[in-house]
Design a protein around this ligand. Structure first.
Ligand code: ADE
Length: 240
């Protein structure tokens, strides 16, 4: 079972996330245990203060070392990977979520206010961002990380292979259809009704490549394309 400890000043933000749908089911079936730690409880001052003015002056408050590091000392073992959510971190990608899903113990620190005392970084293995924008705190970002990791745990999603996920193979996912066959004059592509598995596979691969070519050409530059993929892509480029 994977264990995830999250350090946050706002534990109530996690209630909906942990008590809904696939994440709740993964917790209920013991695929993962998630514990939220309010690190304010570790503040060793009378007023349970967790932040203070920055040395050298400047705007805003800075999270102090002591509460976070004392909380970490209670939680972290040799098996832990300590993650700091921050817009300065490396950007989360599907391939990294896959790596994280193999870990035994994730410890995720959520910051708030204007920043952290730099010395907190000495206790951190990885600094992780969810994109180039600034959130009011690391909570939403930590939930994004947890969600993308937990759904990859064996048994979290019934009967589904993650190989078809967008990004898994470095491509966007092909278009999907369900009933009705016709809606508002638009019908389902014939090939999907044919029952011909090889033709369906080829069509889906071509659609994946088409979508990626038009929406995310940057992904194609990063990907090692197979002979088959290269051939289809050359056709797409010719007709563009
Ligand atoms: N905290 C604030 N903004 C963030 C971001 N973009 N990613 C991760 N943590 C954050």
């Amino acid at each position: 079972m994977m264990k995830i400890d999250i350090l946050s000043l706002f534990p109530e933000m996690f209630d909906g996330f942990l008590n809904t749908s696939i994440i709740k089911r993964a917790i209920d079936s013991s695929l993962v245990e998630v514990v939220i730690h309010d690190f304010r409880e570790y503040a060793d001052n009378k007023h349970k203060k967790v932040d203070d003015y920055p040395y050298g002056g400047g705007q805003g408050m800075v999270l102090m070392c002591q509460p976070i590091i004392d909380c970490l000392k209670d939680i972290v073992t040799k098996e832990s990977l300590v993650i700091l959510m921050s817009p300065q971190g490396k950007t989360l990608e599907q391939s990294y979520s896959q790596k994280l899903s193999l870990e035994k113990h994730l410890v995720i620190i959520c910051g708030h206010y204007e920043g952290f005392d730099e010395r907190i970084r000495d206790y951190v293995d990885v600094e992780l961002s969810i994109g180039d924008y600034v959130l009011t705190g690391g909570e939403l970002a930590s939930m994004v990380v947890c969600d993308s990791v937990i759904r990859l745990l064996d048994g979290a999603i019934k009967d589904i292979s993650h190989e078809d996920d967008s990004f898994s193979a470095g491509l966007l996912e092909y278009p999907q259809y369900t009933r009705p066959y016709e809606y508002d004059g638009n019908s389902v592509p014939d090939v999907l009704m044919s029952g011909h598995h090889e033709n369906i596979r080829k069509w889906r691969l071509k659609q994946s490549l088409l979508k990626t070519y038009h929406k995310r050409p940057d992904l194609l530059k990063k990907k090692d394309l197979s002979q088959e993929e290269l051939k289809i892509l050359q056709e797409i480029q010719k007709n563009d």
